[in-house]
Design a binder for this molecule. Sequence first.
Ligand SMILES: *Cc1c(COP(=O)(O)O)cnc(C)c1O
Ligand code: SF4
Length: 341
Amino acid sequence: MNYIRNTKALQEQGLISADDTDLLNRVAEKFQISLSPEVIKNIAEPEIRQQYLPTKEELEIQEEELNDPIGDEKFTPVKGITHRYPDRVLLKPLHTCNVYCRFCFRREKVGQADEILKQDELENALNYIRERQEVWEVILTGGDPLSLSADKLASILDQLEAIDHVKVIRIHTRIPLVAPEKISDELLKVLDREKALYMILHCNSHKELSDNVCFGIKKLSRAGIPLLSQSVLLKNINDSVEKLEKLFRSLVAIRVRPYYLHHPDLAQGTSHFRVSLEKGRQVTSELRKSLSGIAQPLYVLDVPGGLGKVPAGKEFIQAKDDKTWKIQTIHDTFVDYQDYL
Ligand SMILES: *Cc1c(COP(=O)(O)O)cnc(C)c1O
Ligand code: SF4
């Protein structure tokens, strides 16, 4: 089985109808399509299909939806680096992923031109880190850093390890969920490091945890890599107590500690995935009653405009009226947040 990267192949596989092809071609002009063999194998599951199969709803761009929903641009001192919090930076060596999730908060960026940092750009980004003693942690993200060749990834990790003040390396990835065959002995060797290397797996439904996927994740955990997860709260995919409970229990049972549950960002053409803050709070507080503490991620909202993530509970966010919320940011300032539902 091969990757599917266009509407023609989707139609050939019987995943979309000929009638829809014109509209979906318009979607594809704006947002890339990619489904991996592992995803295609499980595409009959609605929770998987909705994450990867393009739909005409994506053409409905709402006024409030943003090109840069979490405001990364302001915090990009050099290409490939996002530095919002003092002690940690994002390093984005590439903008491509093996799959393209329909709700991606970086969908304006991923899969577009300028896909991989050029050698001198990467060097500049690494120099930025070298010159800043306060950078304690480097978070490799993108794109999917595990889409890099083993050599390239090894070279980046070697260079990061050589920076004395960088004590922790974190990799955010979806590869173990969508391309488990990539967890090879060669990759495990590249990931075997002296410094602490954490991996955060992006997983939104227990349906993603097929036998193949669990096998790959077990290899990572046997290799001694601490594994955490992040999930996005998505309408119809996981926005119920039952579904989230199943997801988090399944993760903990394979030694993955749920870390964040993200409130969906205001990315373009994603309104059909959106869940209200009210609903998100209701399901997460319900979970508090029934679910083991080690299976509870923190529910967070990334405040538009680059103001950072805040816990979505009552401590930091209070209702002003039906749809407006008052948020206390990480800078202890207050901003209004609109729930567009
Ligand atoms: C999310 C994010 C991080 C990581 O935040 P943690 O709360 O440490 O997981 C770091 N930098 C940027 C710019 C981010 O958006
Ligand atoms: S894997 Fe992550 S960065 Fe890539 S398309 Fe999906 S959500 Fe976006």
